[in-house]
Ligand binder design. Structure first.
Ligand SMILES: *Cc1c(COP(=O)(O)O)cnc(C)c1O
Length: 454
């Protein structure tokens, strides 16, 4: 054995600061715009839905930002997360490549999402917020925020995309266990929800609709703010603990990745593992950084870089991002966390700057990869995570063909123990791939024609 199977950090070795890529982006980020004026938004525009301390973080240019002590202590419940060598998978593939994965499935909610839910709940508590609202797709983010609100003594209301609410009943129960309330979206609890239900009573819902509902609730309820689980700069910042830990862990075994890969829905677990490596790359390191998305929702690989709303009801600022249009309705693939119409401005900018690359994979290929993972490494991955696994397997196979000793690092974003219905559908041959016709993309994008161009 040339390296150990697991590299574990001591709690005291956990990073004490988050890394802010805004300090190092070679061309900066385009500002979010106010939809009415077309001018960059100011802090006051965001104050209706976010607390001041998080707005400050959202626009901060400071390279390193201290993790507050109470947040560190809460993160210690499950962090540092292990870095694991997927040796059994390597053997099954017969590859000379070394595959490492950062297991973010060890958190109470089962994914990387508590890494930002905890600081967001903390900063809201400090600010004086009493209640948080949010949306959730597959239920991972709703669970993470429910858990975090419980830790810091806040109320929590979750609008869950209806198709996932029906497919994943246990996620709702987890949220309730942590004291949150969870309703299917669109719901009768908001004006947006009622209007959509009147027109389309059978709609499966979408993340865009659920965001609109959660924002409306936050704006209209006293002492209530809104929390977003991905896309925004401060979320990417909080997730950098993943990559910063990974760098320490790999340094302990004198390893450095040739390839870093993660799936991307809104971009947060990808940024979490990738941004510290993007920093290295900006400083001249050779490292290939890959974000992977489903072919059913190809924001990075087929959508243009535009200004678009973050939600369906057009209540958020206009964000500079790769987007399929705020009216886009993705096919009901099981990777619910990857069904978002846009992509984080930071990820979008990194793509334009060619510091990272993107791929789109169909769900059957990802499930096949996940099954091989389960039967070698044991842990059952979330359907979202299976996309990163599929890329890692392809890269390991390429290394074999080329006879190269490559080191691959993947972000194992979460476990799939609440997603077994997807596995059941796959194993009984009922799953299909979705080819997205160009007309659907064109139709969704037609709505953006008159918006400002980044
Ligand atoms: C939410 C989620 C994702 C996608 O969200 P990102 O913001 O792109 O990270 C990926 N994997 C898991 C397990 C998730 O819960």
């Amino acid at each position: 054995m040339d390296t150990p199977t697991k590299v574990i950090l001591d709690e005291r070795e956990m990073p004490r600061q988050w890394y802010n890529i805004l300090a190092d982006l070679p061309h900066g980020l385009r500002p979010p715009l106010h939809p009415a004026t077309g001018k960059p938004i100011n802090a006051a525009d965001l104050a209706a839905i976010f607390p001041e301390n998080l707005i400050e973080q959202e626009v901060s240019q400071q390279r390193w930002i201290d993790i507050p002590e109470p947040v560190l202590e809460a993160l210690w419940l499950y962090r540092p997360s292990p870095l694991v060598r997927a040796r059994r998978l390597e053997q099954a593939l017969g590859t000379p490549a070394k595959i490492y994965y950062k297991n973010e499935g060890v958190s109470p909610a089962g994914s990387h999402k508590p890494n930002t839910a905890l600081p967001q709940a903390y900063y809201n508590k400090v600010f004086g917020t009493r209640r948080l609202t949010t949306e959730t797709g597959a239920g991972q983010w709703g669970c993470a925020l429910a858990f975090a609100c419980q830790q810091f003594g806040l109320e929590c209301k979750v609008y869950m995309v209806r198709i996932s609410f029906d497919q994943k009943p246990f996620r709702k129960l987890m949220m309730q266990t942590w004291g949150a309330s969870c309703v299917p979206s669109p719901s009768m609890d908001t004006r947006t929800g009622r209007e959509i239900l009147a027109k389309a009573p059978d709609t499966p819902g979408s993340l865009g609709i659920a965001i609109s509902e959660a924002v409306e609730d936050a704006v209209q309820t006293p002492q209530t703010k809104y929390a977003l689980g991905s896309v925004l700069n401060h979320v990417m910042l909080h997730q950098t603990v993943i990559g910063l830990e990974a760098q320490k862990q790999m340094a302990k075994i004198s390893a450095y990745p040739d390839v870093v890969v993660a799936c991307a829905g809104g971009g947060s677990n990808f940024c979490g593992i990738a941004l510290p490596y993007v920093r290295d790359k900006i400083h001249g390191k050779a490292v290939q950084i890959i974000a992977v998305e489903p072919t059913a929702c190809p924001t990075m690989t087929r959508a243009p870089f535009v200004y678009d709303f973050g939600d369906t009801a057009k209540t958020t600022p206009l964000l500079p991002m790769h987007s399929l249009g705020h009216g886009f309705m993705p096919a009901p693939v099981h990777a619910g966390g990857l069904r978002y119409h846009g992509m984080a401005p930071i990820v979008s900018q990194l793509l334009i700057d060619k510091l990272i690359e993107a791929r789109a994979y169909p769900q059957l290929k990802c499930y096949a990869a996940a099954m091989l993972w389960c039967r070698t490494e044991g842990f059952i991955p979330a359907p979202e995570t299976s996309h990163a696994i599929a890329v890692a397997i392809d890269e390991a196979q390429r290394a074999k063909e080329e006879g190269k000793e490559k080191t691959i690092l993947l972000c194992w974003s979460g476990h799939g123990l609440m997603d077994l219905k997807g596995y059941e559908a796959y194993m009984s041959g009922k799953l299909t791939d979705y080819d997205l016709p160009q007309e659907d993309i064109d139709r969704a994008l037609a709505e953006l024609r008159d918006y400002p161009k980044p």
